[in-house]
Design a protein around this ligand. Structure first.
Ligand code: NAP
Length: 487
C-alpha cells in the first residue's frame, strides 16, 4: 500500500453520532475528489435530515453530563488532542493535501495552527470564572456565573479543513458545550480524522458529532430550527452566512460568523520594501490565496509601486506549481473547476479594463485545477478583482499618492476582516491602524492568525471572535443572581 492509500484507508468514512460510526440512514455516499487530478479519492456517508436530527439528539443527550464534567478532565482531553495532532501530523497532512490540494508543508502548517487552539483552550477550560460584589447601595450582592451555552452547530469551509474546526471545537469542549459539526463537502476527511483523534483522546460519546453531506441546507435546516440548539457558529462565505443568520433569527440563536474578506495590503513610501514583499508572499500565497485573510488587493505608494511589483513578480513567478503531495511544490491546485474559472474570469476582466499581467495570468494546461501565481499592475478601481474576494494566487496592484487616499481605498468595501500595513513611520502606523475598518491588522507582518489572539471581522466579514481571551466567551452564557443578604 502506498502512503496515500494507507492514510485514505485509515480515515473513517461514516457519520460519527453518539460515539458510534454509522452509515447514513439512506445508505447514500458521495465521492471526495483530489483537486490535483480531478479523480475520486474515496466515498463518505451522505447524511440525511434524519441523520442530522439524530446527531443533534446525541449532542442534547450528552449536554448535561458534559457540562458537569470537571474542567480538569475537559482540559486534559484537549491537551492530549493537542499532542496527538503533533504526533499524527505526517498522516493528517497528507490526508489534507489529498482532499484540499495545498502543499504538504502547508498542510503541516495548518495542523500546527489547528493544534494550538486545543492547547490554548485546554488552558481556558481551567479559567472559567465569575464574580461576586456588593451593589452600589450596599443592600444586596451580585453573583455572576458563566455557564456553557449548550448544544452547538458548527459549519466549516474547505480551505482550512482542520483549523476552522478546532477554533470552534476547542472552546466548546473547554466551556462544556456539546456539538454537531458539518464540514464542507469537498474536505470531509480531515474532520472525520479529527473526530477519530478526539475519540481516541477520551472525548465522551455524544460531545462531538460529525455529519458529512452533499445537501448542506437540507441537513442544516432541521438542526437550526430545533429549539434544543443554542448556538450556531459558521465559517464560510458572506452570502451563506447571511442566509444562516436569517434562519437563526427564528430561535434567537447565539451566532458567531466568520465570513469573507477583501484584505487591503498597504505599502507606504517609507516601507522596508523587502520586508513588504516577504509579508506580501505570506499574506497572498498562504493556502494558494484561498484564505479569508488573503491579501486581496495591493495599494502601493506611487513612488515605490514599480519596484514593489517587480520584486513581488520575481518571487511569485519563481514558485513551483504542482500536486501538493510532490516534494518541491509551493502552490497546489484551486479547490475545484468553479474556483479556477472564477480566478480566470477576474484576471481576464482586469486585463480587459487595462491591467497588465507582469507574471502568470493563465490556468494550468493539464489535469487538475491549477492557476499560475499572477501579478497584475495598473489595475483600475472598477476591475472586479479589486472589489470581490479572489480566493486564488492573484495579486492586483493599484497605486495611491496620499495616506488619505490609501485609507479610503482600503475601506472601500463591504468587508472588514483584515488589513496589512507596511510603514516604518510609527505615527503613520498608528494613524492608519486606527482608521482602518477591519477586525485585524498585520502591521509590518503578513500573517495575523494566532490561537492566542481574537480572530474575526467587522462589517460583512462577520461577528464574534475565535481564539484569544475573547474566544471562550462565545461559548458561555452569563447568569446573574441578585442576593438579599438581609440587614
Ligand atoms: P461556503 O460556500 O459558504 O461554504 C462553507 C460551508 O457552508 C460549507 O460547509 C458548506 O457546505 C456550507 N453551506 C453552504 N450553503 C449552506 C446552506 N445553505 N446551509 C448550511 N450550510 C451551507 O464557503 P466556502 O467556499 O466553503 O469557503 C470559502 C469562504 O469562507 C470564503 O468566503 C472565505 O473568506 C470564508 N472563510 C472565512 C474565514 C473567517 O474566519 N472569516 C475563514 C475561512 C474561510 P457545502 O460544502 O456542502 O457547500
Amino acid at each position: 500500500m502506498t502512503s496515500e492509500e494507507s492514510v485514505l484507508a485509515a480515515v473513517p468514512k461514516q457519520l460519527y453520532i453518539g460515539g458510534k460510526w454509522i452509515d447514513a440512514s439512506g445508505g447514500a455516499t458521495f465521492e471526495v475528489e483530489d483537486p490535483a487530478t480531478g479523480k475520486a479519492l474515496c466515498s463518505v456517508a451522505d447524511a440525511t435530515a434524519d441523520d442530522a436530527r439524530a446527531a443533534l439528539d446525541a449532542a442534547v443527550a450528552a449536554q448535561a453530563g458534559w457540562a458537569a464534567t470537571p474542567p480538569n478532565e475537559r482540559s486534559e482531553i484537549l491537551h492530549r488532542a493537542f499532542l496527538a495532532l503533533g504526533e499524527q501530523a505526517e498522516e493528517l497532512a497528507l490526508l489534507m493535501t489529498l482532499e484540499m490540494g495545498k502543499a504538504v508543508a502547508e498542510s503541516k502548517g495548518e495542523l500546527a495552527y489547528a493544534a494550538e487552539f486545543f492547547r490554548w483552550f485546554s488552558g481556558e477550560a481551567l479559567r472559567l470564572d465569575g464574580y461576586y460584589k456588593t451593589t452600589g447601595n450596599g443592600a444586596s450582592r451580585v453573583l455572576v456565573m458563566r455557564q456553557p451555552v449548550g448544544p452547538c452547530y458548527f459549519i466549516t469551509p474547505w480551505n482550512f479543513p482542520n483549523a476552522m474546526g478546532t477554533r470552534k471545537i476547542g472552546p466548546a469542549i473547554a466551556a462544556g458545550c456539546t456539538m454537531v459539526v458539518k464540514p464542507a463537502q469537498q474536505t470531509p476527511l480531515s474532520m472525520l480524522a479529527l473526530a477519530k483523534l478526539l475519540e481516541e483522546c477520551g472525548l465522551p460519546p455524544g460531545v462531538l458529532n460529525v455529519i458529512t453531506a452533499t445537501g448542506s441546507g437540507a441537513v442544516s435546516e432541521p438542526i437550526i430550527s430545533d429549539p434544543r440548539l443554542r448556538k450556531l457558529s459558521f465559517t464560510g462565505s458572506t452570502p451563506v452566512g447571511k442566509k444562516l443568520i436569517a434562519q437563526a433569527a427564528d430561535q434567537v440563536l447565539r451566532v458567531s460568523m466568520e465570513l469573507g474578506g477583501n484584505a487591503p495590503f498597504l505599502v507606504f513610501a517609507d516601507a522596508d520594501l523587502d520586508a513588504a514583499v516577504d509579508g506580501a508572499m505570506l499574506a497572498k500565497m498562504r493556502n494558494m490565496g484561498e484564505a479569508c485573510t488573503s491579501a486581496n488587493r495591493f495599494h502601493v505608494h506611487e513612488s515605490v509601486a514599480d519596484e514593489f511589483a517587480a520584486k513581488l513578480a520575481a518571487r511569485m513567478g519563481a514558485l513551483t506549481v504542482g500536486r501538493g503531495t510532490e516534494s518541491g511544490t509551493d502552490v497546489g491546485p484551486m479547490i475545484d473547476a468553479a474556483q479556477q474559472d472564477k480566478v480566470a474570469e477576474l484576471v481576464d476582466d482586469a486585463v480587459a479594463k487595462g491591467a497588465t499581467v507582469v507574471t502568470g495570468g493563465s490556468k494550468g494546461d493539464g489535469e487538475g485545477y491549477f492557476y499560475a501565481p499572477t501579478v497584475l499592475t495598473g489595475v483600475p478601481q472598477d476591475a472586479a478583482v479589486l472589489n470581490e474576494e479572489i480566493f486564488g494566487p492573484v495579486a492586483p496592484i493599484a497605486t495611491f499618492s496620499t495616506d488619505e487616499e490609501a485609507i479610503a481605498a482600503a475601506n472601500r468595501t463591504e468587508y472588514g476582516l483584515v488589513a496589512y500595513v507596511f510603514t516604518r513611520d510609527l505615527q503613520r502606523a498608528f494613524r492608519v491602524c486606527e482608521a482602518l475598518e477591519t477586525g485585524m491588522i498585520g502591521l509590518n507582518q503578513g500573517i495575523v492568525s494566532n490561537a492566542g489572539a481574537p480572530f474575526g471581522g467587522v462589517k460583512q466579514s462577520g461577528t464574534g471572535r475565535e481564539g484569544g481571551n475573547e474566544g471562550i466567551a462565545e461559548y458561555l452564557d452569563t447568569k446573574y443572581v441578585a442576593i438579599n443578604v438581609g440587614s
